[in-house]
Design a protein around this ligand. Structure first.
Ligand code: CA2
Length: 149
């Protein structure tokens, strides 16, 4: 059987990781996180594709394309987590199993970050473990996909 393919989506401002506000989001860069995910992908025998965008429509187009090209999605939608019905609708529409991840623990932060439009349509959410949130999310997603096969 051919390898599953996982799409990693990073939302707005995550390109600044490691370059600004290290006290909130740590010193790791987005490239470093993507490299860790690719290494973990090799170990788990899945293909990893990574995309960061500051534009809601670009993220939505990538979600639509995932329907035919990927078996799972890991998404850190950044601030769109708390605002975007459109990203939620796209994820719900394509029905590709999705794990929502956050570097910070969104429930320990401002009240407006406590609500996620994505959480109700995701298979699960991992929040607060820094870059490890992505790796834990990937492990959980791959296990979910393999159990469903
Ligand atoms: O904790 C997370 O992963 C967040 O998704 C990060 C978002 C925030 O809006 C969410 O509430 C929680 C913000 C990403 C912005 O990343 C930056 C990195 C460095 C400098 C400035 C912003």
């Amino acid at each position: 059987m051919s390898q599953s393919s996982i799409l990693i989506l990073h939302g707005p401002n995550l390109n600044l990781l490691g370059l600004r506000e290290p006290e909130v989001y740590g010193s790791i860069t987005l490239d470093q996180i993507n490299n860790l995910l690719k290494e973990e992908g090799k170990r788990l025998q899945v293909r990893i594709s990574c995309l960061q965008s500051n534009h809601e429509g670009v993220l939505i187009d990538a979600i639509h394309q995932a329907r035919d090209n990927h078996q799972g999605i890991i998404i850190n939608a950044g601030a769109y987590t708390h605002t975007s019905v459109a990203i939620r609708d796209a994820l719900a529409g394509v029905k590709v199993p999705t794990v929502e991840v956050h570097l910070s623990n969104i429930y320990q932060r401002e009240e407006f970050r406590h609500h996620s439009y994505i959480a109700p349509i995701a298979i699960g959410q991992i929040s607060g473990f820094g870059a490890n949130s992505y790796l834990l999310g990937l492990q959980a997603l791959v296990r979910y996909i393999k159990l469903a096969e």
